[in-house]
Design a protein around this ligand. Structure first.
Ligand code: ASP
Length: 314
């Protein structure tokens, strides 16, 4: 098979710009983090790594970065706990794995991968997911590992205002109006697609709430015949329109291009039911869509050996 030019894209959540807190130093930190992470995944792809491995690595690095709402730096539930969700999907054979509501696995994305590799199930939740991950040798942490003072303050503000969702003060996207989920999509040298997504969910969410991220077809999907997709935004609405799957369905059954499908989902289907956020997607031809209906979305991409591009605003 002829080699494809590999493509990688990552996101660190979508949201609203708080002009008052727009701070160039913070903005530079986000660009630097996105650049370093997308570069690491790009290097892997250029050396022949699978899209699945490259997406797993990118999301692992995003989980470790406290700027984003996944892994260390995840948001709090209404009970001041953390419940993390993650998923991965492989486009060549539609294998998928996910975990939901976990609070002691350092890298939920690797737990999702372990569920996929095991193959018996697609989605494991809570204590069972944690026991499975530890049996597979994944790193355990105390739930407090995920906590940051910044996220605790955010929870207190959300409680005062009786709201769920909101995510940075002093970051380019207003933390309290940002969806900080992280994700990656890739096309590898071998022509295969993969997607991975990981999140702490939404600030002040009810304990037990599961969002779109770990639901295959809602927040995460990959099919070599369509596209690899990773979403971020108001999870309930992404679930209701099967957002990630709808991208590939529009491409396969309605003949839409990746860009047409992404625009239809993000600019029409989601707003029609009050959904906000965005997604990143790549198809087998290497077309890329980084589409959002909010003021910004932390994102970066790299094609072949070209210099990575990072962006936050439109
Ligand atoms: N989609 C995520 C959720 O609903 C939130 C986010 O994108 O930040 O859990």
């Amino acid at each position: 098979m002829t080699d494809h030019i590999p493509v990688i894209a990552i996101h660190g959540g979508a949201g609203t710009i708080n002009r008052a807190s727009l701070d160039t130093a913070a903005e530079a930190r986000y660009h630097a983090a996105l650049h370093d992470i997308v570069s690491a995944a790009q290097a892997m792809l250029l050396q022949g790594a699978s899209a699945l491995d490259a997406c797993g690595k990118a999301v692992e690095l995003l989980e470790d970065c406290p700027l984003f709402n996944a892994g260390h730096g995840a948001v709090f539930t209404d009970q001041e706990t953390h419940e993390l969700d993650a998923a991965v999907m492989n486009g060549s054979d539609l294998r998928a794995g996910a975990v939901a509501g976990v609070s002691r696995i350092r890298h939920p994305v690797h737990a999702a991968r372990a569920v996929m590799d095991d193959g018996a199930h697609v989605l494991l939740g809570g204590a069972g997911a944690e026991a499975f991950a530890f049996q597979r040798g994944l790193e355990a942490v105390d739930p407090s590992f995920f906590s940051t003072d910044f996220r605790r303050q955010q929870l207190l503000r959300a409680r005062e205002q009786h709201r769920v969702a909101l995510d940075h003060d002093g970051s380019p996207l207003a933390e309290d109006k940002k969806f900080g989920t992280v994700g990656a999509v890739a096309l590898d040298l071998h022509g295969h697609l993969a997607a991975a997504t990981s999140t702490g969910g939404m600030t002040n969410k009810r304990v037990g709430r599961i969002g779109d991220t770990p639901l295959i077809g809602a927040g995460t999907y990959a099919d070599d015949r369509g596209a690899a997709v990773s979403c971020t935004g108001s999870g309930e609405m992404f679930i209701r329109i099967a957002a990630a799957y709808d991208i590939t369905a529009r491409m396969r059954h309605a003949g839409q291009s990746l860009q047409q499908a992404a625009e239809a989902v993000v600019m029409e289907s989601l707003p029609a039911i009050g959904g906000s956020g965005g997604l990143i997607a790549v198809d087998r031809a290497g077309n890329l869509s980084l589409c959002f209906n909010t003021e910004g979305m932390y994102r970066a991409h790299a094609r072949g050996g070209e210099l990575p591009q990072t962006a936050i605003f439109r």
